[in-house]
Design a protein around this ligand. Structure first.
Ligand code: FES
Ligand code: FES
Length: 156
């Protein structure tokens, strides 16, 4: 079946089984490799993207459900003109180690900051439940607070 949706601001149509995970359509059909495969069971968060602004685990989200929606991947988080505060903060705090899990964490964080602009440590613990095998959690927590500061400075 053909499914049409907006990907990082551009309309795309893909011919794929409607039950295919959106992750594989993004990576293999649309050739955007920033979104990662980890567990395939909606448990680790490596595949996190946004669908209509909400964090979604794309390994467990059928492409048919994306029809008519706005899908954003890590490649679409920043614009040409402006780096997203989350990516800026991640660079400042030198968060990644191997880097594999990081796009998923950044997408989850960006979605959380829309709902909770000033997250406490408890908010972070409750909302950012992705898995990092390199255990970069301490630097990530610092970067999330820094991203909130950057975001709030640009929206004042
Ligand atoms: S690969 Fe999707 S949550 Fe782990
Ligand atoms: S930085 Fe290596 S898995 Fe998270």
């Amino acid at each position: 079946m053909t499914t049409t949706f907006t990907l990082n601001g551009k309309q795309v149509s893909v011919d794929a089984d409607g039950n295919s995970p959106l992750l594989w359509v993004i990576r293999d059909t649309l050739d955007l490799k920033g979104t990662k495969f980890g567990c395939g069971k909606a448990a680790c968060g490596a595949c996190t993207i946004h669908v209509d602004g909400k964090a979604v685990r794309s390994c467990s989200y059928a492409v048919k459900f994306a029809a008519g929606k706005e899908v954003t991947t890590i490649e679409g988080l920043s614009t040409e003109e402006n780096m997203h505060p989350v990516q800026q903060a991640w660079m400042e705090e030198i968060v990644p180690q191997c880097g594999y899990c990081q796009p998923g964490f950044m997408m989850a964080t960006a979605a959380m900051l829309k709902e909770i602009p000033n997250p406490t440590d408890e908010d972070i613990d409750n909302n950012i439940v992705n898995v990092c095998r390199c255990a970069t959690y301490y630097r990530m927590r610092k970067a999330i607070h820094r991203a909130a500061e950057l975001q709030n400075a640009t929206t004042k």
